[in-house]
Each structure stands twice: as C-alpha cells, then as structure tokens.
Design a protein around this ligand. Sequence first.
Ligand SMILES: NC(=O)c1ccc[n+]([C@@H]2O[C@H](COP(=O)([O-])OP(=O)(O)OC[C@H]3O[C@@H](n4cnc5c(N)ncnc54)[C@H](OP(=O)(O)O)[C@@H]3O)[C@@H](O)[C@H]2O)c1
Length: 248
Amino acid sequence: MSYNPYSLEGKTILITGASSGIGQTTAIECSKLGAKVIITARNEKRLNETFLQLHGEGHQQIIADLTVREDLDYLIENITQLDGLVNNAGINKILPVQFINENDFENILKINTIAPVFLMQRLFKKKKFNRNASIVITSSIGGVFSITPANAMYGMSKSAISSFMKFTALEMSIKGIRCNCVNPGMIETPLIDKAVLTTEDRERDIAKYPLKRYGKPTDVAFGIIYLLSDASSWVTGTSLVIDGGITI
Ligand SMILES: NC(=O)c1ccc[n+]([C@@H]2O[C@H](COP(=O)([O-])OP(=O)(O)OC[C@H]3O[C@@H](n4cnc5c(N)ncnc54)[C@H](OP(=O)(O)O)[C@@H]3O)[C@@H](O)[C@H]2O)c1
C-alpha cells in the first residue's frame, strides 16, 4: 500500500448534512480514503444519492432531523464507535437586523449551534468516541468577519459554535479527542443558491476573492479530511480558514 498520511483507513466517521453540498462531497471523499462513513440528513432521496456514490463497503445511512430529540436518540442508538464526527448540517437566511424575527433566528440557532452541541454531548455521554477521535465542525468565516451583508443571524450562530469548539477541545483533550473547525468562504453549494444573488452581484463578489473564484465542496472536504486524519494529530482547538484569500 502507498504512503498516505491523510489515509482514513480503519476509521468510522459520522457526517451530518451529508445529503447535499459540502457534507455530501466530504462523505464521498472520506470513503475514497478508506473510511467507513455513517451519513445523516432529513431528505431520504438525496441522502440515498450520496450513499450510492460511496466507495467501499460497510457504510450506513440514517435519516434524522437533528433538531428533533427523538431523531437524535435514534441516530445515537444506531451508530457504532466513532473515530471521527463532522458536524456539518446547517442553514442560512439573509435578513437585515431590522427584519430579524424569532422564528428564523430560532431555526438557524437550532441547527447551526444547538444541534451540534447536543450531538457532541450525547456522543460523549454514551462513550461513542474512540480514543484519539477527531471532531470537525463546519463553521464559517461569517462567524469571524462581517463580509456578507445582512448575515447577522448566521454569523452569530457560527461564532457561537466556534467558541464552543474551543471549550470542547480543552475538555476532551484528556481523552485524546480533538476538536477543530473549518471556516469556509463562499462555496458553490445549494446553500448559496438560496442567497438569491443576481449574476452581477455574484460576479462583483467573486472579483473580491484574491483567487478569483468561489470555493468548490472539495476545497472544504480536503481541509476536513486533514483534520480527521492522523496527519493533524497535534492540532486541536483551531479554525482552518478555507476562503480563497477573501479575509486577507
Ligand atoms: N456554502 C457556503 O458558502 C458555506 C460557507 C461557509 C460555511 N458553510 C457551512 O457548511 C455547511 C454545509 O453547507 P452547504 O453549503 O453544503 O449547504 P447545503 O448544500 O444546503 O447542505 C446543508 C445540509 O444540512 C442538512 N440539514 C439542514 N437542516 C437539517 C436538519 N434540521 N437536520 C439534519 N440535517 C439538516 C441538509 O440536509 P436535509 O435537507 O436533507 O436535511 C443538507 O444535507 C453548513 O453548516 C454551512 O453553514 C457553507
């Protein structure tokens, strides 16, 4: 077998938000590197499309809405020991501060912030993580910088989960478990299609990126894979920025 410090051979990895975008690509790329993946999301048809693209055998797919307590229980009861977790499921809604309402704000916080917190907590309590397991959270540069206008709810949700990541990294280090974030810039996925940018807005925005393009899901997946792999075994409590240079 050829030398590969980023190999995921022998690792079992749970990936949330795997029916689309970054999560789907991460699941497929992890399977190509030898991982057994457990993929989860709400949409059965789209999750199954991911499942059919996985390489190798022994993978699992579980339908769950991570904001629903019973679904979370079902997910946790039906998974084996984990070497990795990718907390990736998330949503966005662009709204200026003066139009923020409780319903949208709660929905964003529930899936972007509260769901990953309790998924991690429940997995710890049920001792589902193997020693030296790695947790990765898909946060965002929007949690650090106010680059996208009218993105306060999303930015706050990502800022909060990035802060939680550091406490988790510190508390779990005693068990050899690592916890890190990736902070992507704009990535070509269905999530940004919902941001309804006009073609002109989009072109103007892309021009601001030093590398002159939006990211691809693989750009983020490869960062996540580094953090899941043993290549990053001395990296914890940090945020890996993957943004084509926009925050320089
Ligand atoms: N695209 C970007 O520009 C960008 C930039 C920075 C960070 N991010 C972050 O990257 C992550 C993935 O985003 P993406 O761009 O790949 O978006 P996406 O294509 O819209 O995928 C979002 C995923 O989250 C899942 N999801 C949403 N609500 C859920 C719920 N209540 N329970 C379970 N699963 C749920 C969706 O699955 P179902 O609908 O099947 O449930 C879907 O698989 C998000 O956390 C996002 O904030 C994205």
